[in-house]
Design a protein around this ligand. Structure first.
Ligand code: PMM
Length: 287
């Protein structure tokens, strides 16, 4: 999943692709690098961020989704709002990536269900301006597991197709670096939720801290790519469904290595798809 942030303030690429034309070109570049899915977002969720107006978010994402869908790209919309999700699905998106897992705007679950769209429920506790005050856990992996289980229940109760649902531990959202590492180390404990897992570690500050210079200065965001590729490899080996990344090529290469190492077809990094509505189950695109 390649990230296209159409925002002025995302932490790693804020403002870089704010114009529709720039965002569309960036999306096409990600597809050319091998991204299977493009995640278009119009709201920054960096720690401390305040929210855009609904009208601003719509104006950012809808034209980009329309243009990229017209080019044949598979589109996900990164939004917590039912109204934006509906407009994005109308514009050609097929998946709603909701970092709040339905907590910010419960109406989003019904929108996804009614349209038969796919849905990613991420672990989340609060909006970005206050989320780090909620980064307190006795056992982060158990609590993320149980809180995701509750979001799965809500999504299914709203009528979302279980074959079109994935979950995400939400690295960096109400989590410290230690919490993120615990979740990555014990990612397998989320398997019993029974849904495909998406992981988004790309460029996040826990990697900057890991790679800090001797004076303790975090590694700049654009220089965290190699470490992220290492995480893509580990995530691939753990069998995650998708990784959410800002640059696709290195992660696609890493997943090809994992596939070959497993004895699978390295020509494809695509595993289970959250299949189109009506499919009996998750399908393998390359079968
Ligand atoms: N991280 C960000 C935004 N959206 N969505 C999912 N499912 N998982 C994530 O980890 C996630 C996300 C924040 O990163 P960005 O500002 O670089 O897009």
């Amino acid at each position: 999943m390649g990230v296209v942030n159409v925002t002025p303030d995302s932490f790693s690429d804020g403002g870089a692709y704010l114009g529709t034309g720039q965002a569309v070109q960036h999306g096409l570049d990600l597809v050319a690098e091998g991204a299977d899915l493009l995640d278009i977002g119009g709201e920054s969720t960096r720690p401390g961020a305040t929210r855009p107006l609904v009208s601003e978010e719509l104006a950012r994402v809808v034209p980009v989704i329309e243009a990229l869908a017209a080019e044949g790209a598979v589109i996900s919309v990164d939004t917590m709002r039912a109204e934006v999700a509906a407009a994005a699905l109308d514009a050609g998106a097929v998946l709603v990536n909701d970092v709040s897992g339905g907590l910010a705007d419960p109406g989003i679950l019904r929108v996804v269900a009614e349209r038969g769209a796919a849905y990613v429920a991420m672990h989340w506790r609060a909006h970005s301006d206050v989320m780090q005050q909620r980064a307190s856990y006795d056992d982060v992996v158990r609590e993320v597991h149980d809180e995701l289980a509750a979001r799965i229940e809500a999504a299914l109760a709203a009528g979302i197709d279980p074959e079109r649902l994935a979950v995400d531990p939400g690295l960096g959202f109400a989590k410290t670096a230690d919490h993120n590492w615990a979740l990555l180390r014990r990612l397998g404990e989320l398997d019993d939720l029974g849904f495909p897992i998406l992981v988004g570690s790309s460029r996040k500050s826990f990697l900057g801290a890991l790679l800090a210079d001797p004076a303790g200065e975090p590694r700049p965001v654009l220089d965290r790519e190699d470490a992220n590729t290492a995480l893509t490899t580990l995530a691939g080996m753990l069998g995650v469904w998708a990784v959410r990344v800002h640059e696709a090529r290195a992660s696609v290469d890493a997943l090809k290595v994992v596939a070959r190492w497993r004895g699978e077809d390295p020509g494809s990094t695509r595993g289970r798809e959250l299949g189109p509505s009506g499919d009996p189950g998750r399908v393998d695109r390359d079968e």
